[in-house]
Write a protein that binds this ligand. Structure first.
Ligand SMILES: Cc1ncc(COP(=O)(O)O)c(C=O)c1O
Length: 492
């Protein structure tokens, strides 16, 4: 090999190597850039707690333009675009979330029943009080939910559905709540029509009135177990005391023992304590009531409204319910009862978000120097639990999600009421600075349970428009109220 050749070869190789290393460097740089942008993108998702299954935001993302996205399988909804089209304030709900949650709940219970060898059957009864909107109830029923009612008017909706032949004959309805004469007549009427309807008796007057009822009945017990949830009242007005239930002796057609002690229970141990106590009572009741075969454990299943706080998952809760029920039945030497749950907000809350526009800002002269952001709606009117039970909401910008500079805010509703505000329990809500935004919309998550029926019209504000996002399309399901509509409700 000549030197020249070798030099030429070497030069060729060197330039080839240079080319390779240049290419490698470019690739590396691109990779770094990509991972940096990915990190940045993920950074914003992390910041706003989006894309996380554990806090029910798994279906949420941020568009490259910094706008809130909600996914439904391979469909996606740009919330900012929707609001630009339909205006604010608005409630947007996603029936697919209801379907997924009901399906998942039923499948998970059945799966643990199978793996543990639990011998009772499971039934989910959707408590209509959580959200009676037709568009919320139907997807739950379509996934196999039975129903639970709390009033004559809720049962009237069931009657409507029966008359329209909407139900599979297997559906069962549990009737809770105080039994007015109208309610009992409707229960009797629907039973006569062939519906499996089970009134849950809460006191001696109801027991007497229903003594000739031909179908199965249940009794509600107020278990004397202290729990850590929203309802932790020292004295409960619901159901019989434990000693009263035992004193009833033989109850005609008794099939169900029911309790619902609290909502938003924070610890699985609370569920288990209640369950064990209820099973002890169940065992004693069965001695005189051999037809008793079902334990209805009500609800209390929590929603991670506050996404920074750790909460149990539905799966671990269900697993422990089934395992503990089995163990306790074995200790007590009784047959495994059929189990019912009436989880309401667990299913419905994550299916809806409420959107407002921030219409003005001013300084709050508190220690942290928060800014009041006024919204074009009302907490007292649209999200009444903010006021009633100091509900926490997860607040996320609908646009400008990539803004780096955030300010500490408190939110104010548009009524004149000094209680019409959301201060995240006196802390703050981080949001983009208004000076950096052309306009700013915000979304409050998990507003699908209870808020619609508790809603009101303080200062005669109109209720938000209600939009349904399903199968890739957005539809108006309740129009925005006009001044005439609102006036009419008050006799004008
Ligand atoms: C009897 C009964 N079952 C179920 C529920 C639903 O409870 P949650 O909101 O905890 O799901 C309630 C709520 O008040 C209730 O009273």
């Amino acid at each position: 090999m000549s030197g020249g050749q070798s030099a030429a070869h070497a030069t060729h190789r060197t330039s080839e190597m240079n080319a390779i290393s240049l290419e490698e460097t470019i690739q590396k740089n691109n990779k770094r850039k990509k991972s940096r942008t990915k990190k940045k993108k993920n950074g914003y998702k992390k910041l706003w707690l989006l894309g996380r299954e554990d806090v029910n935001t798994g279906h949420c993302d941020i568009s490259p333009e910094g706008e809130l996205i909600v996914r439904e399988g391979n469909f996606q909804y740009n919330i900012h675009d929707i609001i630009k089209k339909y205006g604010s304030p608005a409630k947007i709900f996603f029936p697919s979330i209801i379907s997924n949650r009901v399906r998942d709940l039923i499948e998970t219970f059945n799966a643990y029943i199978k793996v543990t060898g639990y011998r009772g059957r499971f039934a989910y009864h959707y408590p209509m009080k959580a959200n009676q909107n037709r568009e919320f109830v139907l997807p739950a029923v379509a996934e196999g939910a039975n129903l639970e009612t709390s009033s004559a008017n809720e049962l009237f909706l069931v009657k409507r559905m029966i008359e329209q032949e909407k139900f599979n004959t297997r559906i069962r309805v549990i009737c809770n709540g105080p039994k007015t004469e109208r309610y009992i007549e409707l229960i009797e009427e629907l039973r006569a029509k062939g519906l499996s309807v089970i009134p849950i008796v809460e006191n001696a007057t109801e027991l007497e009135r229903l003594s000739k009822f031909k179908g199965e009945i249940g009794v509600r017990v107020d278990l004397s177990v202290k729990t850590n949830g929203h309802w932790d009242k020292q004295f409960s007005q619901f159901g019989f005391a434990e000693h009263e239930i035992l004193a009833l002796g033989k109850v005609r057609n008794l099939a169900v023992l029911h309790y619902h002690i609290s909502s938003q229970m924070q610890h699985i141990t609370d569920f288990i304590q209640l369950l064990k106590r209820a099973l002890e009572l169940y065992a004693k009741l069965r001695e005189k009531n051999p037809g008793l075969d079902t334990l209805n454990i009500g609800s209390g299943a929590s929603v991670p409204y506050d996404k920074r706080k750790r909460l149990y998952s539905g799966k671990s809760l269900i697993s422990q319910i089934i395992r503990s029920a089995k163990k306790q039945c074995e200790t007590l030497g009784i047959r495994h009862p059929n189990l019912i749950v009436e989880w309401g907000q667990y299913v419905m809350a994550p299916a809806q978000m409420t959107i407002y526009k921030v219409i003005s800002e001013k300084q709050a002269y508190n220690k942290g120097g928060n800014h009041w952001y006024t919204i074009d709606g009302s907490f007292i009117n649209d999200l009444t639990d903010t006021w009633a039970i100091k509900q926490k909401w997860h607040v996320v910008p609908v646009n400008h999600l990539h803004n780096r500079k955030l300010t500490h805010t408190w939110l104010v509703g548009s009524t004149c009421d000094s209680d019409d505000r959301y201060t995240a329990g006196g802390s703050y809500i981080p949001l983009p600075r208004l000076e950096d935004c052309d306009e700013l919309f915000i979304a409050l998550f998990d507003t699908g349970a209870y808020q619609d029926t508790l809603a009101s019209h303080h200062c005669l504000l109109s209720a938000p428009i209600k939009l349904m996002a399903a199968n890739g399309e957005v539809k108006v399901v309740r129009k925005r109220e006009t001044p005439e509509d609102v006036g009419k409700q008050f006799g004008w």
